[in-house]
Design a protein around this ligand. Structure first.
Ligand SMILES: Cc1ncc(COP(=O)(O)O)c(C=O)c1O
Length: 397
């Protein structure tokens, strides 16, 4: 105990909510990370869908340096030029009217939930209810974990906010059955469920839900914290459906590693927040907005979406070709560079895979009985070949 203390058990001063793998990274470049011993790892997770442009993208790094030499932070009590510019850019890209900037995905979703409550007030609904999906993930604050359709995330935190009803994902009938319920104010969904292991709904599901929302004057809230920012091959996943939600939540890849979230809204939803009704000390400060603007530039300058679409096809074909005879693989789900490999737990022990992958220099995630991968969007074909080799080895040996 004494010796342990002497050498500094630095972990012991951290609360126990994470159980990190025993590895520390000291540097990164593109899809690769290097640990304290110099060993290299292929990062097929991008810090859980965050460093979409790869680690230490030179233009992102430059934007951090440039802004940090000018001004890091003032306050939302004064106008912030870069924030206003970012709001214009995002609204143009997403066909939305207004933006609130936060520091994380959960806070962006929290904003959406507050907007839905204010919308309910306007409609004289005292006990508003939002429909969300089973197996969804919306964050760890009290409101967003209540919205989340996963009892593991909620365990120990009751009483939950009672305003959420969880319905089956990818089943519009499950939503339609609430049409006569006067308390429903919104439907909140991930276009593709990420934490659940990359669950891709049928092609028209979002359009059908959108139509139900329009018919009933419910807000349609899309949580694109994970599926947004190019992850699926379009800037936002809902663009595959040619629709515009009332509220759109972003975070993760928007700052490529600097903490920024955004809640975008259009029409009536964009008019709900009034002075004093919401805020954030750090939200949308000059640093994070300058970086997010540069991230958007890089999407255009480096044709990131073209790469995602080309590589996505290649990954899909290679995975299907190489894993078709593997008894452990049940299903391969790929949309852009959101990749899920469903495994048969009677054939393979999923609990061992994280550590096994780590030893082979590969970072992935296990979501239930699926391998989830969210590699950087700048991944090359040669890097896909390396990744596929590691995945085949992981599953087949
Ligand atoms: C779809 C979705 N929503 C919300 C969140 C929460 O985001 P954050 O961890 O930035 O609060 C996540 C995080 O994984 C997510 O995937």
């Amino acid at each position: 105990m004494g010796l342990f203390y002497f050498f500094g058990n630095t972990m012991s001063n951290l609360m126990s909510n994470y159980s990190p793998l025993d590895v520390t990274f000291t540097s990164g470049s593109g899809c690769w990370l290097t640990d304290t011993s110099g060993k290299k790892y292929f990062d097929a997770l991008s810090g859980v869908g965050v460093v979409n442009l790869g680690h230490c993208h030179p233009k992102v790094t430059e934007s951090i340096i440039e802004q940090s030499q000018k001004l890091l932070h003032t306050s939302n009590w004064y106008r912030i030029e870069r924030q206003e510019e970012l709001a214009v850019r995002l609204c143009e890209l997403a066909n939305m009217d207004k933006v609130f900037f936060s520091n994380s995905g959960a806070e962006a979703n929290e904003t959406a939930i507050k907007i839905a409550r204010l919308f309910a007030r306007q409609k004289n609904i005292d006990m508003p209810v939002i429909l969300t999906a089973k197996e969804s993930f919306h964050g760890r604050t009290m409101a967003t974990l209540s919205a989340t359709g996963n009892s593991k995330v909620q365990a120990g935190f009751s009483p939950l906010m009672s305003e959420f009803i969880h319905v089956d994902f990818d089943d519009v009938e499950a939503i339609k059955q609430y049409r006569n319920n006067k308390n429903i104010v919104a439907v909140m969904l991930e276009p593709i469920q990420g934490e659940a292991g990359v669950i891709i709904p049928q092609k028209d599901y979002l359009n059908e839900v959108n139509a139900v929302c329009e018919e009933n004057d419910w807000l349609f809230i899309l949580d694109e914290v994970q599926s947004g920012m190019g992850r699926t091959g379009k800037l936002f996943a809902h663009q595959y459906n040619n629709l515009t939600p009332d509220v759109l939540c972003l975070a993760k890849g928007l700052g490529n590693g600097v903490p920024i979230g955004a809640c975008l809204a259009r029409g009536k939803a964009s008019e709900m927040l009034l002075p004093g009704s919401h805020g954030s000390t750090f939200g949308g400060n000059p640093l994070v907005c300058n970086v997010a603007l540069r991230v958007l530039d890089v999407f255009e300058e480096d044709a990131i979406l073209d790469n995602v679409n080309a590589i996505s096809n290649y990954v899909n074909n290679q995975l299907k070709k190489n894993l078709k005879d593997s008894s452990a693989v049940i299903q391969i789900r790929v949309k852009g560079l959101m990749i899920g490999i469903g495994l048969d737990e009677s054939t393979i022990d999923c609990t061992k895979l994280l550590q096994k992958a780590l030893e082979d220099g590969l970072l992935i995630n296990i979501a239930g009985n699926s391998i989830r991968m969210l590699p950087p969007l700048v991944i090359t074909q040669q890097e896909v070949d390396i990744l596929i080799k590691k995945i085949i080895k992981l599953i087949n040996t």
